[in-house]
Design a protein around this ligand. Sequence first.
Ligand code: PBG
Ligand code: ZN
Length: 332
Amino acid sequence: MSGFPNLRLRRVRRTPGIRAIFDLPFPGPEKFCWPMFVVPGHNKQEPIASMPGQFRWSVDRLAQAVEPVVAQGVGSVLLFGQTDRPKDNGGSGAWDERGPVQEAVRELKRHFPELTVMTDVCLCAYTHHGHCAPLRPDGALDNDAGCACLAKVALSHAAAGADCVAPSAMMDGQIAAIRAALAEEHFDDTLLMAYSTKFASACYGPFREAEGSAPGHVPGMPADRKGYQASYANARNACLESILDETEGADILMVKPALFYLDMIRRVREQTLLPVAAYNVSGEYAMLIATAERGWGDLGDLVRESTMGIVRAGADLIISYWASRYNDFFRR
Ligand code: PBG
Ligand code: ZN
């Protein structure tokens, strides 16, 4: 390869037209998944203070919320729910077949049969202590009881018609437990997306505010999820989570958060032949909005640059709150 002055790399970047030829295009909207919050009640569209531009919807307002997003071609949604039933140790509200998520799945499949409907499978918005599994009397997390509860949640979502269930509790064996439960009930076509490489991150704050799912102070348990979510300082252990979830029967592996973990997206991408999803989480969303609001950057430019990082890293599916504004940011 010859160097300067024969080689001038600026030639391929000189004009917008030349750049457009050689640049990687943004993926189409079908590669984006919009995470949405469903709440009990009627006629609700509650703004989420920590996530400007995102709302909590009641089931009767859901079709109206999703319609413009489907119209942009966005391929999937990921549903998060809440309950108005009393929260308990096992999070039983999460597998109420008449719960907001279960009803939301039915409502969306009825209005938008082509839309791929995914559901978050966890207990933390339904347990009184805010942890992702039940606690034993001594305060320790009951991993295996948690798996049994998560399997019930996943089954209730599959029965409602969910195309994909996505357990996020980070309990050991949760993928095997859910796959076995689905098989037992002959839900052979339900996709299982493992939040496999999910870190104990400081970037979930806005989401926990939206969901009322922050871990509380209970005797014997720290008010964080470091005892079950992966440590950001132990990348090998986090990778192993993905390898294990693949052997337990996951169809899709996920890395979460996305922007602080681009290396992990690439690493998981290279160690598996399964599809890899990346979750651009609430704190990453709020960060860009806060920056733009202070006049320290242009929101559109920040969104495009950060999203392209996730694409470059190798994600097949991009779970992103920006999906609801695909046309504003990514449409060519
Ligand atoms: C529940 C769950 C969380 C997120 C997705 N599922 C929060 C947590 O683990 O505390 C975070 C999503 C986001 O921040 O956008 N386990
Ligand atoms: Zn949880």
